[in-house]
Each structure stands twice: as structure tokens, then as C-alpha cells.
Ligand binder design. Structure first.
Ligand code: CA
Length: 428
């Protein structure tokens, strides 16, 4: 049965430009602050930000069981915790009220004034209070490329990689919303051919083009969930740039994996696009080798056709496209990641964030990191202004975009940006 809010024929009485990421079929969720300093949960249609706190207060969610302050909060965690049934009722109701044929809010100018804002007049905040942040490593192309550079072609893909979704526990405190400036980190690195490390600003600041998904409360401690049930617990997805300092990473990562080369910042796009909105874009992922039974999925249509791209904007305003890739290149699915995550009984909670890992495609112009695009810094990229990059410079603004499109509808994520600030010098 089609989800009512996904009806591709529906039009809104709010103007939506052709090619906009946020038609009435999207209805993502985010948190923003208005120019009157009011923080609220909201959604977006076209270039309008919709205050769901006011919408709820004025009775537009009547009949849906919601607490009074459900949307007057600075994070979506409680709403996400309510579960899929509530998300679907809320999203369907918003679609109904903003349908061009529905006069209830359309013809009430007083209500429109307190509910609807120009999206440029609000400031987007981090939409969730990130509980735990886990980052996977689920692109076979990326894992192979990085393995070749760090360990050589013979040991590129570790033997465990094809058996389970490899991941590590990241740092939630440094997950920031798109637009937050990124400070170049300092750390220990081992210069080529040296035996003694040095400390200083990274010379290899990189992006990782990822998506991330956000969960509701999944399981109690000690109780794994089944791979076929896992999708039920995923609220939605965002674009994600898991910033990485490759020189710090290379020196520190053996034996325990990524630490300070990754934990200094991760940027996420502000609007969480629900799995319900992405439903029409389900597709098959890559064919998998046989896995252990707990990772075998009944259905093959477990991936999503999400077009992704990254660009760098230099300080003169030039936009330079770096790569174009697709979510459906990922080998391991989100359901497998979540089932594997809970398979030892680890509990996953509402507002937890799961990064996909860098999404690289099979060709050189579809790699998801500068590490791969410049092959370890050996093949610099020339930008429009004539300068070259192996990794990013201070002042570079890295922009990730993503959207799905079929014959009838385009569902987009907007963008995830971060401009790089110079490192802070330590006194010693
Ligand atoms: Ca990553």
C-alpha cells in the first residue's frame, strides 16, 4: 500500500520550484531557530520552513496521539522514540494540510503567519541529540582502495570484510550541523622515511562522502534484533561528511583503529529525510557473497538509488565538482549494519547515528574521498582557479549534495557543507 504522503500527484498550495529537493512528497524533519529566537521542530516544503510546534498548538495534528510539547523541543529524539506509526501519521497529516485542495491552513492568514517562515530567515540546528555515533566501512570499492594504499594490493581487503559490516565507535560530541566551520586539527604524524613523529596541523585534511541513518529505540541490552526486522527501526537519513586527517590516521590506526584522525568533526545535513519518503527509490544493492545466516536478508531490494556528489568551493566562489557517486554502490545494507550492531546484544537507542562509511563507486570520478581521488596525494586535482589540491586547504568549503529522482518526483537532502578554518597553534 502506498504511503499517503508519497502520492506523486499531490501538489501543495505552497510554491515549490521545479527541481527543488523538498516537494510536498518529501516532508523531512529538522530543528530550527526563528528570528524571534524560538527553537522548534519543523519540516520544509519548497523554500518554506514550517514550525510544527505552532502547527500542533493550533490543532492541525488533532486526533493523532502526541504529547503537547512534542515539537517544541530542540531535538527530534522524543518524536523519533515514538516509533514508525507516529512518524507516518504525522507526515501524512502534514501532506494533507498542505495539499492544494485543503483550505484549512491555506485560507487562514493568521495561522500561516506563525507557522510558515522563509527558509532563509531561520537557522538550522543539529536535528538530534546524537546519543552514540557508529561509523561503518561498507563500500567495497573504498575499503579496497584504502587497503591498497595503506597495506598494499595483496592485503587490500581484509578477510573479515566480506563476512560482516566492519565499523567502529565514533565520537558523538563533535557531530555538527551543516554550515558549522571546521577547524583544521593538529596531531601526531610520522613524516615519510622518519622514525620520530612530529606534532602539528594535519597536512592531509580529507572529506568522507557518506550518508548516515538515525534510529529509534531498537533493542534492550542483551537482545539482538533480526536482520529482517531491522529496517523498522530506521527513522531516516542525512548526508554526512566524516572529516578525516589522513596523516594522523595513518600513524595512529594500528592496532585499535581510527581515533583522533576522525574524532575532531563530522558534519550532517540538517533535514532528516524519512525512510518512508525514500520508499519509491528502493533498489537492489550489489550482489553479495554468501554470509552467515544472521546477516542473510529475505528481500534483495535493500538499497536506495540516491545520487551523491561532492564539490569544493574555493574562496573566490568557484564551485569545483570533485566526485559523483551513488548510495546503491554500498555492499552492506543498513539493515545488515543494524542487525550486526545488535548481534552481540549492544543496545541501540533513539537518536543514535550510523554512518555508512565513505561511498566510493567503481570509477575514478566516483570515489568518495580525496585520499582516493588523488590516490594518496600522488595525483593532484587542478581546480578552476589554477590551484591544485591533494587534500583540502584552509578556506575551502566542502559541499555534499544528494537526491533521488524518478519520472514523477525528486526527493532531496539539500546540502551538507563545512568550511575549513586554520589550525589553532599550541603554546608548546
Ligand atoms: Ca568514515
Amino acid at each position: 500500500m502506498q504511503i499517503a504522503a508519497n502520492n506523486p500527484n499531490r501538489e501543495s498550495w505552497l510554491n515549490v520550484a521545479k527541481g527543488c529537493d523538498f516537494p510536498i512528497q518529501n516532508i523531512p524533519f529538522g530543528v530550527f531557530i526563528t528570528k524571534d529566537d524560538i527553537i522548534t521542530i519543523g519540516t520544509r516544503i519548497g523554500e518554506y520552513a514550517i514550525d510544527l510546534g505552532a502547527f500542533h498548538q493550533l490543532g492541525y495534528f488533532d486526533g493523532i496521539p502526541l504529547t503537547d510539547d512534542m515539537f517544541m523541543q530542540d531535538s527530534l529524539n522524543d518524536f523519533i522514540s515514538d516509533g514508525r506509526k507516529t512518524w507516518r501519521l504525522v507526515r501524512n497529516r502534514i501532506a494533507e494540510v498542505f495539499d492544494s485542495k485543503n483550505p484549512s491552513l491555506r485560507d487562514n492568514l493568521k495561522h500561516r503567519e506563525v507557522i510558515i517562515f522563509d527558509v532563509n530567515e531561520v537557522e538550522m540546528l543539529l536535528p538530534i541529540s546524537v546519543g552514540d555515533y557508529t561509523d561503518f566501512y561498507s563500500s567495497k570499492e573504498h575499503a579496497t582502495n584504502v587497503g591498497m594504499m595503506f597495506r598494499g594490493a595483496d592485503n587490500a581487503l581484509m578477510p573479515n570484510w566480506l563476512q560482516m559490516p566492519i565499523g567502529y565507535h565514533g565520537r558523538s560530541s563533535s557531530v555538527v550541523v551543516s554550515g558549522t566551520k571546521i577547524r583544521r586539527p593538529s596531531g601526531q604524524t610520522l613524516p615519510n622515511g622518519e622514525r620520530q613523529p612530529v606534532f602539528g596541523p594535519t597536512k592531509a585534511l580529507d572529506m568522507e562522502l557518506e550518508t548516515a541513518f538515525i534510529t529509534t529505540d531498537v533493542n534492550n541490552l542483551g537482545e539482538p534484533i533480526s536482520v529482517d526486522d531491522a529496517s523498522e527501526y530506521i527513522f531516516g537519513m542525512v548526508l554526512f561528511n566524516d572529516w578525516s586527517a589522513r596523516d594522523i590516521q595513518k600513524w595512529e590506526y594500528v592496532p585499535l583503529g581510527p581515533f583522533l584522525g576522525k574524532s575532531f568533526a563530522s558534519s550532517m545535513s540538517p533535514w532528516i529525510v524519512t525512510m518512508d519518503a525514500l520508499e519509491p527509490f528502493k533498489c537492489n544493492g550489489p550482489k553479495q557473497e554468501d554470509t552467515l545466516p544472521y546477516l542473510r536478508q529475505k528481500s534483495f531490494e535493500n538499497s536506495y538509488d540516491i545520487k551523491l556528489q561532492a564539490a569544493v568551493e574555493t574562496e573566490n566562489g568557484d564551485l569545483n565538482l570533485l566526485t559523483e557517486t551513488n548510495f546503491n554502490y554500498l555492499y552492506w545494507t543498513m539493515a545488515q549494519q543494524l542487525a550486526h550492531h545488535t548481534s552481540n546484544g549492544c543496545n541501540v537507542r533513539a537518536g543514535d547515528l550510523m554512518g555508512s562509511g565513505t561511498i566510493s563507486g567503481p570509477t575514478k570520478n566516483s570515489y568518495g574521498s580525496m585520499l582516493e581521488l588523488t590516490w594518496g596525494g600522488k595525483e593532484p586535482i587542478t581546480l578552476k582557479d589554477g590551484t591544485t589540491r591533494t587534500f583540502f586547504n584552509d578556506g575551502d568549503n566542502v559541499i555534499i549534495r544528494g537526491y533521488c529522482k524518478n519520472d514523477t518526483v525528486r526527493i532531496g537532502f539539500g546540502k551538507c557543507t563545512g568550511k575549513i578554518m586554520p589550525a589553532i597553534k599550541l603554546k608548546k
